[in-house]
Design a protein around this ligand. Structure first.
Ligand code: GDG
Length: 472
């Protein structure tokens, strides 16, 4: 029987060490949900890091056994591996480069060596589990070398790779000292997926310019194989958000928030702390809105949820300081005894509270500088059961390719951003409903389940065609 193995840096379950012993916390993330129906089926498996440093072999064995019962196999990483491979190369080199922040990228040989070694560790973990007929689906920028490592060990295997972040212009890729190895690493796959055609085009151009391999019609010809490349825009579990928005818990939160806010209208912003998300620019634009349109003072509040992330990486700590300062300055300048311009939260919230915020807000500001897709934009749309609400969306988020009924903006154009907030606040209800209805139809149909199904089917088809060509 052939199986499907999912491989990603993190497992969909986080293991924590508490006073009561180890606890296993399932992730509610989009990827875990979307792939849940795949890895939980039969003997399928998800391979990845469980999120803690193990103390001894007994603990390792205990964790492996618990995870195995839920179709997961752990790859244990050490503190220094996480420092050099994850914080160093993945988040200090690849993340800024792929999001067009090359000036923030570091180029440390030791981080690269750790990246190679950890990809090799993942490779061994996969090989220990995979049979010759198994399908292997590798995820994201932390594991760019893995497809090629697996290919060398298993020339016939069906290997897919999906990149969750943008693939930038080849001008940025060529800056990387390890560009050849990284591209060749990805090309170990039979099928390579991106969120948008734009990223796909950049990838094809990098492959032909930097490796000299011909690429056309979504196919790359290497000296030994043909590789298929395609766009698979990732969706969300639509019904989950639509249902959660009308759940008792969410309605109770909503009523509580409404009472506290009285008639104040709400603009919402939700992101992980990250310089790619345009959080500081958004705050400056909100400031500009209050300057240009004083009539909104006392009438509109910005609820800003910033979820702590990667706080071990220096750039993230200084971004946090910048946001704290901006919020402090704007609030000090405009606040009154009964009104706060910005309600700023630096923490993560349970799903029901998140959804209550989506329901409560009239406007969602999703204005990243660069974003592979951005699922917050889709979750806001799915949570708008009464179809009223306006999405302001950056043209540089992958989601903008699909959600063309949002107000699409350039996130560096502060004036346009402030005007778009005003436009959203005065948009007639009828227009809001028309736009939201169109966006909901799309987000409902192209959900996370159809996304994963499509990828797996396309991978099977690609493999079948390779066999047919080989036997012709
Ligand atoms: C990467 C790419 C791509 C946020 N705060 C809370 C919370 N969240 C959830 C949201 C959403 C997820 O986190 C964030 O997903 P995004 O897509 O917006 O962004 P990244 O984390 O950067 O993800 C991105 C994605 O991969 C998938 O391919 O779209 O472009 O960068 O689901 O709801 N969830 C809870 N509490 C919070 O406080 N429960």
């Amino acid at each position: 029987m052939s199986r499907t193995l999912i491989v990603s840096n993190r497992l969909p379950t986080k293991v924590l060490r508490t006073d009561e012993g180890l606890t296993f916390q399932p992730s509610e993330g989009g990827l875990a949900t979307g792939l849940g129906s795949i890895y939980r089926r039969g003997d399928n498996l998800w391979i990845g890091w469980p999120g803690l440093f193990v103390q001894d072999e007994a603990e390792e064995a205990h964790i492996s056994q618990e995870l195995r019962a839920d179709n997961m196999a752990p790859v244990f990483l050490t503190e220094s591996e996480i420092h050099d491979f994850y914080e160093g190369f993945s988040n200090g080199t690849l993340w800024p480069t792929f999001h067009y922040f090359s000036d923030l990228a570091t180029y440390e040989q030791s981080h690269w060596e750790a990246y190679v070694a950890v990809n090799q560790k993942f490779c061994e973990a996969v090989l220990a589990q995979a049979g010759p007929d198994d399908t292997i689906w590798v995820h994201d920028y932390q594991l760019l070398l893995l497809p090629e490592m697996l290919r060398r060990a298993r020339p016939e295997a069906a290997i897919g790779f999906f990149l969750h972040i943008p693939f930038p212009s080849q001008e940025l890729i060529r800056v990387l000292p390890w560009r050849t190895e990284l591209l060749e690493g990805m090309l170990g796959a039979d099928l390579i997926g991106f969120h948008t055609f734009g990223y796909l085009r950049h990838f094809l151009s990098a492959v032909s310019h930097l490796l000299g391999w011909p690429a056309q019609n979504g196919q790359i010809e290497t000296p030994t194989r043909t590789i298929r490349v395609d766009a698979f825009p990732m969706g969300i579990d639509y019904e989950r958000y639509a249902k959660a928005a009308t759940s008792e818990a969410a309605l109770a939160h909503m009523a509580e928030y409404r009472e506290a806010l009285r008639d104040t209208r709400v603009i919402l912003s939700i992101d992980r702390l990250d310089y790619t998300k345009g959080i500081a620019q958004r705050l400056r634009a909100f400031d500009l809105l209050l300057q240009r349109y004083p009539e909104w003072r006392g009438q509109v509040s910005l609820i800003m949820l910033v979820v702590p992330s990667r706080d071990q990486v220096a750039q993230y700590a200084s971004l946090k300081e910048e946001i704290d300062e901006l919020v402090g300055r704007i609030n000090a300048q405009y606040r009154t005894i009964s009104w706060n311009p910005i309600l700023y939260f630096y923490r993560s919230l349970p799903l029901e509270e998140l959804v209550s915020l989506y329901s409560l807000a009239e406007v969602a500001l999703v204005t990243p500088m660069r974003d592979g897709m951005n699922l917050v934009a889709k979750e806001f749309v799915a949570s708008k059961v009464d179809k009223k609400g306006v999405l302001i969306l950056s043209e540089r988020a992958g989601a903008a390719r699909e959600l063309s009924d949002a107000i699409i903006i350039n996130p560096t154009d502060m004036g346009q951003l402030a005007e778009s907030m005003h436009e959203a606040l005065v948009m007639p209800e009828e227009e809001q409903i028309t736009r939201m209805t169109a966006m909901q139809a799309l987000v409902r149909r192209y959900n996370v389940f159809s996304w994963s199904r499509l990828f797996i089917n396309q991978l099977a088809y690609t493999k079948m065609k390779q066999h047919t060509l080989a036997t012709e």
